[in-house]
Write a protein that binds this ligand. Structure first.
Ligand SMILES: *[C@@H]1O[C@H](CO)[C@@H](O)[C@H](O)[C@H]1NC(C)=O
Ligand SMILES: *[C@@H]1O[C@H](CO)[C@@H](O)[C@H](O)[C@H]1NC(C)=O
Ligand SMILES: CC(=O)N[C@H]1CO[C@H](CO)[C@@H](O)[C@@H]1O
Length: 382
């Protein structure tokens, strides 16, 4: 807005105001430190203050750096590297291995993926079961038919120039038992990575949601995967490492701090966290705790990433189809985007043809999450 910019330049104190949920302070922030009517600026940390609904009861601490006002919100200037939709179904039929294609499990619909690509989404996290790819033993050679079906979805995505995230949806387990051998885990990853070594748009997600595991083991499994992937010649791709406690962003800064020491010789390691906004954070309810819970639950992770010089991706997030969740999701995504130097993207949970009337289904044309959230999520595509 030109007029606002001019008044900001010529009349001290009349800076353009930051919009609803926009950033309004923090080290390096150059926008306005005041908010539009109905919102006030709340200090979160030295790097981030945000316009939230309501009026300030007391004088709030904002950034100590006084920056020149501009008319543009930093939120709108930054871009995610990845923004997209989980594609879940290849891992369905958990516990029934190998199971039958079309009965226990299927693969994502490339038609649906194309619909999302047309809307600008550029990242798809494709779930599969390690037990179907490496029957009976982690060190087994990869089962060619399941691998072929998985590869054809991956290739569909990457030949469109988009990113396919390989998601062994195994919770750090194999046939329900915690994986205890980093070397066997590395053997699995070595084979899978070598299969995709020449496809630069594949991303390797070491495992979905480690939980209730020894913290050093979680580190060792991640490190074994990274070492194996690079050793297999897959050196150009990103690797997503997940943490313990279901890789929750809200507990990352107390649970997964040891993972800061993971070493990727290629320097393309991204920390993948998940966050749901219901009371227990499990992603099983349509309710969100409050309109501000999105930011509240990830702010600690934002700080951890920045303090440790790391980058992250919110690999799963979702909320019910209601206005409280919609505001919370908007606040969450605006926060991630305002901190896109450390948050490189986010993926909704979940698409896939078999979700039926699931509360977060993002499957076109009638999934509950898709119909309620697609117009909102589209605004964040890169
Ligand atoms: C692979 O997909 C085809 C259909 O395209 C199906 O007939 C076959 O059973 C699938 N096999 C596996 C192991 O997924
Ligand atoms: C950890 O993260 C949580 C949630 O984002 C936050 O409330 C808390 O202040 C953080 N604690 C530390 C020690 O950074
Ligand atoms: C939050 C959520 O929906 N999680 C689901 C992830 O997918 C697995 C199976 O693929 C389900 O068991 C989880 O409930």
């Amino acid at each position: 807005m030109k007029s606002a910019l001019l008044s900001g330049l010529f009349a001290a104190g009349a800076a353009a105001q930051s919009g609803a949920w926009a950033q309004c302070g923090g080290i390096g922030f150059t926008g306005s430190t005041s908010c539009v009517s109905g919102y006030h600026c709340v200090y979160s940390n030295d790097w981030y203050s945000q316009c939230v609904p309501g009026t300030a009861a007391t004088t709030l601490k904002t950034s100590t750096t006084s920056a020149p006002p501009t008319s543009t919100s930093s939120v709108s200037n930054k871009k995610f590297k990845w923004f997209g939709i989980n594609q879940s179904c290849g891992e369905f039929g958990q516990g029934i291995y190998p199971g039958t294609w079309g009965k226990e499990f299927t693969f994502p619909s490339t038609l649906s993926i194309q619909t999302h690509i047309n809307d600008g989404f550029n990242a798809f996290r494709v779930g599969f079961a390690m037990e179907r790819l490496a029957p009976n033993r982690l060190t087994a050679s990869l089962e060619p038919n399941y691998l072929r079906n998985l590869t054809s979805v991956v290739n569909y995505i990457t030949s469109a120039g988009k990113y396919a995230i390989l998601d062994p949806h195994n919770y750090g387990r194999f046939y329900s038992s915690i994986i205890t051998s980093p070397s066997d885990f590395g053997s699995f990853w070595s084979k899978l990575a070598s299969h995709f070594a020449s496809n630069s748009h594949v991303i390797f997600d070491t495992n979905n949601e480690y939980h209730d595991m020894d913290q050093t083991l979680v580190f060792n499994l991640n490190q074994a995967a990274i070492t194996a992937i690079r050793g297999a010649g897959a050196t150009s791709q990103y690797i997503f490492a997940e943490g313990n406690s279901w890789t929750g962003a809200w507990t990352w800064n107390t649970t997964n701090t040891n993972l800061a020491a993971l070493n990727d010789p290629a320097g393309k390691l991204v920390y993948e966290m998940h966050q749901y906004l219901d009371s227990d954070g499990s992603g099983t309810s349509t309710s969100c705790v409050s309109t501000e819970v999105g930011v509240q639950r990830v702010i600690g992770a934002t700080n951890w990433l920045r303090a440790n010089g790391k980058v992250g991706v919110l690999g799963e997030f979702a909320g019910g189809a209601n206005s409280v969740c919609q505001t919370a999701i908007t606040g969450l995504l605006d926060h991630l985007k305002a901190n896109a130097d450390v948050w490189q993207g986010a993926l909704w949970w979940a698409g896939g043809p078999w979700w039926g009337d699931y509360i977060y289904s993002y499957e076109p044309p009638s999934g509950t999450g898709y119909t309620y959230y697609n117009s909102l999520l589209k605004k964040y595509v890169p």
